[in-house]
Design a protein around this ligand. Sequence first.
Ligand code: PMP
Length: 422
Amino acid sequence: MTTELSAGALTWLLERARQDYQDLAERELSLDLTRGKPSPEQLDLSDDLLSLPGGRHTAADGTDVRNYGGLQGLPELREIFAGVLQVPVAQLLAAGNSSLELMHDCLVHALLSVLPGAESRWVDQERIAFLCPVPGYDRHFALCERFGIDMIQVPMTADGPDLDVVERLVAEDPAIKGIWCVPKYSNPGGVSYSDETVARLASMSTAAPDFRIFWDNAYAAHHLTDEPVEIADLLAACAEAGNADRVFVFGSTSKITVAGAGVAFFGSSPANVQWLLRNNSKRSIGPDKINQLRHVIFLRDADGMRAHMERQRALLQPKFDAVARILETELGGTGLATWASPKGGYFVALQVQDGCAKEVVRRAKEAGIALTPAGATHPYGDDPRDAFIRIAPSYPGLEELERAIEGLTVCVRLVGYEKQAS
Ligand code: PMP
């Protein structure tokens, strides 16, 4: 990444970066780029939900949504999301408001009750490990840490996790029980898995008979361009390859409607769905069907959902464009950083020179710009190269975002040139 600079040029660039940083610090900013939350304006788009279901309390099949029951969730809501999540309606569950909660529960259930195809419970085994493509989502890693599941890093490529590495590891180690995947517009790299990646994940040989792909399709409908990315259907590919039970699909409306009161989904093979329903029946008598009905009335159908996502895009795209524009203007050609321009999702992964990410985040904090801690993109918060910084542009207003990204680029220049000069 480094470009060779003459000593004179480096001194000049470093001096300028120091001056810019001092100016930045004097502005006493208080800006926050930490979490990928929808902005208030995005949440406003779903305000009608707050007055729904407007006195109606029956689902399409006559179910009284106010009462207990219906563990699988309303079929009419599952119909809206079956296509985008690539799960047949009969194999899709609509649950509570958080898909992370479903991932947590799937891990707990797998630890405490035998999975279809498993010989024993995970908790009865000496060691359990998950493959963690990096950079990845910190909350996935936090779940593994919480339950004592070892994490093995796998590098991401432009097509998804490096399948040569994945195939080798899962073929030889029966302790490897799963892999975390965010297959479309990944958090944080914005990567979408290629058809070949999906096909290889579906058909690879695994030493563990109860290996599971945690397919967290959190950004399935979250496009930022006129060319929506379509990924191959992993659930169908697994069934075709004779590995029907291999995948757990997750999704939610957290970043479609409202993050605090949306609906989460789980999809899988009939055997896995029965396994989850059986276990969930011990923890709940049924989900919040009033919220599910309100989502059905609000979104209407799959086209209604897509139209709603266009309104989300109208708010998000200018922010992502601004990030790309400022990074290019301030850092393009410097050799100090690389980044991808994602076609969807919620994040931009900024890769700085090795050994610089923590210091950039620290300097930004001192100048009043809060960033996700460096290392959060890796298991145990430890990025061995100390190179990745996650930018979350959704929440701040456009002007605030622009100031924050400009400030961030000052920190990248300062730390990068300081390192080169040392
Ligand atoms: N998965 C990914 C990849 C995410 O980025 C997020 C939110 N940042 C979630 C899951 C959380 O989803 P939910 O709100 O449905 O729990």
